[in-house]
Each structure stands twice: as C-alpha cells, then as structure tokens.
Write a protein that binds this ligand. Structure first.
Ligand SMILES: [Zn+2]
Ligand SMILES: [Zn+2]
Ligand SMILES: [Zn+2]
Ligand SMILES: [Zn+2]
Length: 485
C-alpha cells in the first residue's frame, strides 16, 4: 500500500465541489473554506528568467516578448545553451602593392560561441559569428512578418478599446439614469479623454483610425505548386528539422537544420493566488526570484486535518472490512475531531453579499483592465454516493498540536481502545469498519466517503479581534482499490 504520498487515494471535497488531494488545496483563513486552483484567482507577480534569475516588471517583460535577452535554448534539443570561449588567432593581413608581406603580431583574442552540452549543437554550426563579449550581442534575426503582426496587434487593440469604451458609456448612462451618480467629470473637471488617459487608453480617435486603415487578409484558392525538387531530390532526414523544432520558433519555422537559430529563453512567472470570494491572498511568493519561500502560504496541508490510509482489508460485496486510517493535526493548536457521514454536515449559512457601493462600481468602470466577469465559479456536486459505508464511531478525538521535535520519537502509545490503535504526538491511528453493500460490482472501484468535524483556531484573526475557535467540516473520499469478487 502506498503510504507516504497518497494523492489518488484520499481526496478532499473543495468548497466548489472538486475532489482534490490535500496537497493541491488551499485554505482561506478569512472565509474558513477549502479552495482549489480551480476556484481561486491566479495573478502574475513577477517575471524572471529561470536560468540567470534576472527579474523584471511585467511592462519590460512584455516589451521583450516574455523572453530573456541573455539566455538561449538549444534550437535542436531545447536544452539551455552554454557560452564557451575560444582563443581566436588574429588574421594575417597581407598588404599588396608594396610587394612585401607584413605580418601583424597580435595577441590571440577571446571569442565566444554558444554550445549545447546535451546534443553538441553550436552556434558555429549555422554560421553565427563568434562574439567578442560573453553576454549578449547575439545577432537577432528579424521576423519577416513583423509589419503584418504589428498591424494585426494594433487592429485588435483598437477593437478591444472600442468595446471597452462602449461598455464604459453604457455604465455611465446607467448611473446617470439612476440619478445617484455624481459624475467625476463635473466634480473634478476631469474630461472623458483624461479619464481614458488615467485608465491607460489611447484616445478614441486613434483607435477608430486604426480600424479604418486595416486591410483584412484574403483567402485564396490558388496555392503555389511545390518546387520540382520535392519530387526528384532524395531526402536527407538529418538535414530536415522536426516539427517541434520548427514550431519552437514560429516566426521562421525553419525547415532546414542549417537555418536553426538559438531560441531566447522564455521567462517564468511567480504567481500569487487570491481567494475569489474575499479577495485575500492565499499564497504570495517572495519577490526575489532566487527565493523559494512565500510571504503568505495558506495551504490546506497546514490547516486541515490530514487523513491517510494505513491499510484495509479487501473490499467484498456484502462484507465488512477493517480500515486503518491515520489522522494528523497540522496546526499549532490542540484539535478536536469528530467523524461524521458527509450527509450530516450542516448546510452552510448563506452569506448575503453586501450591495456594491457606487464608489466601488465607479472604480470598477474606470479600472477597465480588470474584467471580473469570470470570477464566478461553476460549482459542481461531487459524487459521494458509494457502495461502501464507513461505520462512524461516536467519539470525539483530541489531537495534540504539531510538535516538530516529536518527529524524532520512536515510541507510540498504544491505547487499549477499539477505535484508536495508537497515538503519537499530533497523530493517531483509527480502526474503522467498512460495510460494503451486496450490490457492489466486482472489479469496480471501491470508494468510501467520510466527513470530519474539527475545531479550528484562527490564530491570525481579522484586525482587533482575539483568536477565535471555529467548528469546520471537511468531506473526503477514500479510494479503497477494486471490489474483490
Ligand atoms: Zn475549488
Ligand atoms: Zn536569462
Ligand atoms: Zn541541444
Ligand atoms: Zn476567502
């Protein structure tokens, strides 16, 4: 039985209904809810190069097309290229006319080229001249379609602007009709054009001219014939690039290996994650790209009791099997846990959304870049109906707080108890029974569901409030292998 990591054996039900292992879940301390990658906001914090660890603001990253200017990937195998140095002998210059040959005796000069340590591709293979400096200065190949691409970009930007402008106008009208809207322009002397400027939009005139001057592409039925050599010349596959190699540089799509060119390394991003309901950060990495630490790290693994399967007897239709589980309290506070059936979890109280104030709506309509329409999460009901049912003992289990020093202890206390098998610091092992219905199909996946009710102490409460204890619930699904025949 896989014991250390059980990503597929124990899955928790997220507040949005997705089933995920605890290591993939977050815990919002403000809503006291489990959240998953599906129901939170992902935001790009910073861009950095994973090779040289240079970081840059997003505006610069956009200018550089999200690529590092000093690091390159091999165009042949995509491994990072290394800079190598050689000594170049100075060329002998021969002066003709005067008759005698003058040899200049210069010091050999250090020259640099790019080399792949994985596949041995070098920048010399494709005739890129060696460079006198180690960093940068590599010749850039111009994109043959740059003009057209820029035209298209301008056109789509103009269309986006136009749509935003229309949306802004519509919203303004809505407020004006209600009569509550104090126009910003009246109060502050701010004109519409200035407001657009603040929002980082060009004036509407320039966008309409970009739309008017744009010439759309035309589809044509006539396709150029293939050159004769495609039928007659023998193919040397060693000289033809593979599909991934071609698509790695979409601007040129070299068909021949002699046209391969070093690929500027793509930048990586550091993400922070935010709860969609309360807007608080769930994770926030440190800005320094060399650091793997987080300023905020609200992972479910640190807040929600963890359940692992120790072992179970084979699941057979119409039989009762023993199931051994391990419960861990990851928090720094003592925790009381009760086991329940998922259907006994009380319905959460519906939260009434605060009516959005006018200021907030205005702020929203000016802050045009932030489209929040996709914030809504599609909720789904997890399948918790199973043919196996865990017999829930009516006990309240108390788990001590996490103690890192106790990790080194060997001894576990063995309770003379039907339910608790052993205890050790913040962990305990439970002995449970699984009753399988007679209708379970042999060979089908056996799943059992379980709910936990636990006392959670919010150690970092909202401002000016003492730490508070909350009663929270978590439902999880255990995968107990196939039903045996
Ligand atoms: Zn979720
Ligand atoms: Zn770099
Ligand atoms: Zn390579
Ligand atoms: Zn939240």
């Amino acid at each position: 039985m896989a014991y250390l990591t059980q990503p597929d054996y124990v899955k928790y039900v997220c507040s949005c209904g997705q089933l995920k292992p605890i290591t993939n879940l977050y815990f919002c301390r403000h809503c006291l809810q489990i959240r998953c990658a599906f129901c939170i906001c992902h935001e790009v914090d910073s861009h950095y190069c994973a090779n040289c660890l240079e970081n840059m603001p997003s505006s610069e990253a956009r200018l550089k097309k999200n690529r590092c200017s000093s690091c390159f990937d091999c165009p042949s195998c995509f491994h990072t290229l290394s800079t190598r140095a050689t000594l170049a002998q100075p060329r002998q210059s021969t002066e003709q006319g005067s008759g005698d040959t003058k040899v200049e005796n210069k010091q050999p000069k250090k020259m640099y080229y790019l080399s792949c340590f994985n596949c041995r591709w070098t920048s010399r293979d494709v005739g890129i001249p060696d460079q006198p400096v180690a960093s940068g200065g590599w010749p850039e190949r111009a994109n043959p379609y740059a003009t057209r691409v820029n035209q298209l970009l301008d056109y789509y930007k103009a269309i986006a602007q136009q749509e935003k402008q229309e949306k802004l106008d519509r919203e303004r009208k809505k407020f004006a009709i209600r009569g509550k809207y104090i126009t910003l322009t009246d109060k502050t002397g701010l004109t519409g054009a200035m407001a657009r400027n603040i929002a980082g939009l060009p004036s509407s005139e320039s966008s309409s001219s970009a739309i008017a001057s744009f010439t759309p592409s035309q589809a044509s039925e006539e396709v150029e014939e293939l050159p004769e050599e495609f039928y007659t010349k023998e193919l040397n596959l060693n000289q033809i690039t593979s599909m991934p190699q071609r698509l790695a540089s979409p601007e040129w799509q070299p068909t021949h290996v002699s046209r391969l060119h070093p690929i500027a390394k793509l930048l990586s991003v550091k993400r922070s994650q935010r709860c969609r309901v309360c807007d608080h950060n769930l994770t926030k990495p440190e800005y320094n790209p060399g650091s793997i630490k987080f300023k905020i790290e609200l992972l479910a693994f640190y807040h929600v009791p963890e359940v692992k399967i120790i072992s179970y007897e084979p699941i057979k239709p119409g039989c009762t099997s023993a199931l051994l589980l391990k419960l861990t309290n990851p928090t720094g506070h003592e925790m009381q846990i009760r086991l329940m059936q998922p259907e006994d979890i009380p319905e959460p109280e519906e939260r009434v959304d605060e009516p959005k104030s006018i200021e907030k709506s205005l702020e929203k309509s000016l802050n045009l870049e932030k489209d929040t329409s996709w914030y809504e999460t599609v909720k789904r009901k997890p399948i918790l109906l199973t043919e196996c049912r865990i017999t829930i003992p009516d006990v309240t289990l108390t788990l001590a707080q996490r103690d890192d020093a106790a990790e080194y202890d060997d001894d576990a206390t063995h309770d003379a108890n039907d339910i608790i098998l052993w205890r050790k610091s913040n962990k305990l092992a439970l002995r449970l029974q699984v009753v399988t219905s007679g209708e379970a199909q042999a060979g089908a996946a056996a799943g059992a569901v379980l709910a936990l009710q636990y006392r959670y102490r919010n150690a970092v409460p909202p401002a000016a409030q003492p730490p508070r204890d909350h009663t929270l619930h978590a439902a999880l699904r255990l995968h107990l292998g196939p039903v045996c025949g």
